[in-house]
Design a protein around this ligand. Structure first.
Ligand SMILES: Cc1ncc(COP(=O)(O)O)c(C=O)c1O
Length: 410
């Protein structure tokens, strides 16, 4: 595409760039979808045009990530943050319904183990604590959230090693965030890495739950079938903000109202119940139709033009390798420091570094913009520089960024 867009290299952490051909098609659909003379945002979500869009998105997602039939794919709202709550509420209702024959008096609050490796998993844990507050002061809590491992003392700049985990032997759920977007920490794909998520240490019946918001569709999901719930906000690799994807094991689709009547778990707002979403094919209420439409276009594009998940993995590995090796070299010249020192804990999606020298960072960011390299400023909570390399960031953009970084010492 000619013009400003072609000269812009957008490294935003989310919302993030979308593939230009998809946006071009979406722009047409916004005005006149499928020659109806009406735009996609002007069509009923229950009409004959929209239903195939949701169904197609689900089918393509299933294909891309090889999601087994044991798991449902759902589209919902309220972002990743919505699922900090949604996960806890649905898991507690599921566990209560599984133990329906236990009286309220004898019911033990479920143990929810959290692996806290950054701001997002920390927020998820905090929400679990909030939702566990007893219904009456001094009463029985709804759950017992614990921390199974954390890298807080290292300011979340690495991952726990296998021996650092203390997963409860009676854990009912183990939760982790696959990619911590702010500091740029990601669980490695290699199961033999000391930083790999310790699937084998999770008790057999414990539900594994993962936040994949910032790494979704960037590469295969390790042990996808062993997860009870995987969720991701769309706005990094999938589409515009406004839609959240859930991959949920089908036995978790329980009637939460019935579970709640047994006592021992909180009421689940109707919009948050996974069963309601599933029973209504993700169309219980008016969904974010435009966000789902664009996501559906992206999914088709990833399958047809980007070589599916294997193609994406290959390209994303290449982009991350190129940038990290440039940064390591620049670090050896003393002009910058990489935030994540343990190479196997480094995120492919969010690459973080700090420029050495007062005022140098501002200069770096201003110089970058002159070259069309945008949205490189680190998260406001930690500062520094962050280059997000989501799927729509082309390898040429990363090359231009690497060339620019080399000018710091050449
Ligand atoms: C890993 C992760 N989880 C959760 C969230 C929260 O997502 P949302 O803003 O969609 O609620 C974010 C946001 O960037 C994220 O990066």
């Amino acid at each position: 595409m000619a013009g400003a867009r072609a000269k812009t290299h957008n490294f935003a952490a989310g919302p993030s760039p979308l593939p230009t051909p998809v946006l071009e098609e979406a722009a047409k659909g916004l005005l006149n979808y499928g020659n109806t003379g009406m735009g996609i945002c002007e069509l009923s979500h229950r009409g004959k045009e929209f239903k195939p869009i949701v169904e197609g998105a689900e089918a393509n997602l299933r294909k891309l990530l090889n999601v087994p039939e044991s798991h449902a794919i759902l589209f919902t709202q309220a972002g990743g943050t919505g699922q900090f709550s949604g996960v806890v509420l649905n898991v507690l209702a599921y566990l209560r319904s599984k133990r329906a024959s236990t009286s309220y008096e004898e019911y033990r609050p479920p143990v929810l183990d959290y692996v806290v490796t950054g701001a997002w998993s920390s927020k998820a844990h905090a929400e679990a604590q909030r939702l566990s507050i007893p219904a009456v002061p001094g009463g029985k809590p709804f759950a017992e959230p614990r921390i199974a491992a954390t890298t807080k003392p290292s300011k979340y700049t690495t991952l726990p090693k296998k021996e650092d985990y203390d997963i409860s032997s009676d854990a009912d759920m183990v939760y982790y965030c696959e990619n911590e977007t702010i500091n740029g920490i990601e669980f490695p794909l290699d199961p033999n890495s000391p930083f790999a998520f310790p699937f084998d240490s999770v008790p057999k019946d414990a539900l594994i739950v993962a936040d994949h918001s910032s790494s979704f569709l960037s590469r295969p999901i390790v042990h996808l079938e062993r997860h009870a719930i995987i969720y991701a906000g769309a706005q990094k690799n999938l589409g515009p903000s406004g839609v959240t994807v859930l991959i949920v094991r089908k036995d978790l689709l329980v009637d939460t109202t019935e579970a709640c009547k047994l006592g021992g778990c909180p009421v689940v707002p109707i919009m948050m119940e996974y069963k309601v979403l599933a029973d209504n094919s993700s169309l219980y209420n008016t969904p974010p139709t435009f966000a789902i439409y664009v996501s559906a276009l992206v999914l088709t594009y990833l399958l047809k033009e980007k070589g599916g998940i294997e193609g994406l993995e290959k390209t994303n590995r290449e982009k991350a390798d190129m940038l990290y090796s440039t940064l390591d070299e620049a670090q050896s010249k003393g002009v910058l420091t990489c935030v994540v020192k343990d190479k196997q804990a480094r995120s492919w999606m969010n690459v973080t570094f700090e420029i050495v020298g007062q005022e140098k960072e501002k200069e770096f960011l201003a110089g970058a913009e002159k070259l069309g390299l945008y949205q490189l400023k680190g998260h406001r909570s930690v500062g520094g520089v962050r280059a997000s390399l989501y799927n729509a960031v082309e390898i040429d953009s990363v090359r231009i960024l690497c060339d620019y970084i080399r000018t710091l010492y050449q």
